[in-house]
Design a protein around this ligand. Sequence first.
Ligand SMILES: Nc1ncnc2c1ncn2[C@@H]1O[C@H](COP(=O)(O)OP(=O)(O)OP(=O)(O)O)[C@@H](O)[C@H]1O
Ligand SMILES: [Mg+2]
Length: 405
Amino acid sequence: MNVVFLSPHYPPEMQQYARGLAEVGARVYGVGDTPRAGLSFDVRRTLTDYLEVPRILDEDDVIDRVSSWLRGRTIDRVLANWEVLVVLAARLRERWGVPGMGADTVEGFRDKQLMKERLRAAGLRVARSERVRTVREAREAAERIGYPLVLKPIAGAGSSDTYRVDTDDELDRALGRMGKVPEASCEEFIHGAEFTFDTICIGGRPMFENISSYLPKPLECKLHEWISPVVITVRDMGQPRFAPALDLGRKVLGALGMGDGFTHMEWFLTPSGEAVFGEIGCRPGGACLVDQMNYTIDADLFREWARAVCWQAFEASTERRYNVGIVFKRAKGRGHIKSIVGLDEFMRRHGQWVVEDKLLRPGQQRRNWQQTLISDGYLIMRHPDWDEAQKMAFSAATEVVLYAE
Ligand SMILES: Nc1ncnc2c1ncn2[C@@H]1O[C@H](COP(=O)(O)OP(=O)(O)OP(=O)(O)O)[C@@H](O)[C@H]1O
Ligand SMILES: [Mg+2]
């Protein structure tokens, strides 16, 4: 089993997928723009070989370089778990005749307008939306769709350049800020709570499914620095209120032609109980979501993903034992972390349920909260009871405070 795995070193969680691949017996050929000398010891140990390329996002250049590097070798899989590389992986598969989803299928998981068009054609509930390339197109689309609406890049990530727009003035302001975005999706604003639906699929059939709850919605977290974003995996997915979402999620996989691997979908639960599609990627969620899912079922999904994509098998038990909450903290003030207040008390009360403490510590430089999903670090905690898990997460969100100066 010879596997090409794109960007095995960055983002950092890719190192875990590389490890998973090696653990299920694959020979892993890494390709990335991290200098060879900069690869961590763990990554180097898992790779059979590594090709350093100057620009990993330059698809044509990478295709040429990797093709000549691997000439004469048989490659069985080409894989990528980082959103910006999923299309490149598909193009390499097509170029070499390797099994897996082709570029057109993967575009349906990458292009936010195309995915919605395909799902609408399959009769699924998605936000009304239009692709817009100019200010004029945006104004015309807004006229047709009506306010409130959302304007966001077609190939976005991390809620960057994503705006809720309620008036003509706000539309002009949002358009003014989107100068660098070549194509945007102008869409109906969906009211309601926001959740994920995540899977590991084999041939489009979920071997593992997960729902997690965003508290609050990512767009709000992006707008207000004072918020400590919370995400909690839902232990009991059998609740009736989730039935429409599970049905929607499985149909989405079918309609978009999912093959093997992770998917990460976002959806809205409207006040009337309807599940509305938000977006989907054919890769895992970031910001430690896979760690959270691992703590939910006490498994190693980095390895189970590898088993699924290499050998079409899934061996972990999917029994859900915990609601797993992650709480991202943003320090008050700029500069370096000065102190942490409330953590000792929180640990005294809840320490037995806390599984990870990755908060920055005094002396460390604050991160740019707009650019990182993990903020100034996080706590992960779990509890078999939903209310307890949520109470605990909210108490970490409000009572633990990092100060910087
Ligand atoms: N049609 C919509 N109605 C309501 N809210 C929306 C809509 N589209 C996007 N949002 C909000 O904006 C956020 C970011 O949008 P989206 O998920 O499409 O972009 P993204 O940048 O790929 O996100 P990420 O990479 O953070 O998952 C969503 O999580 C949601 O909170
Ligand atoms: Mg999103």
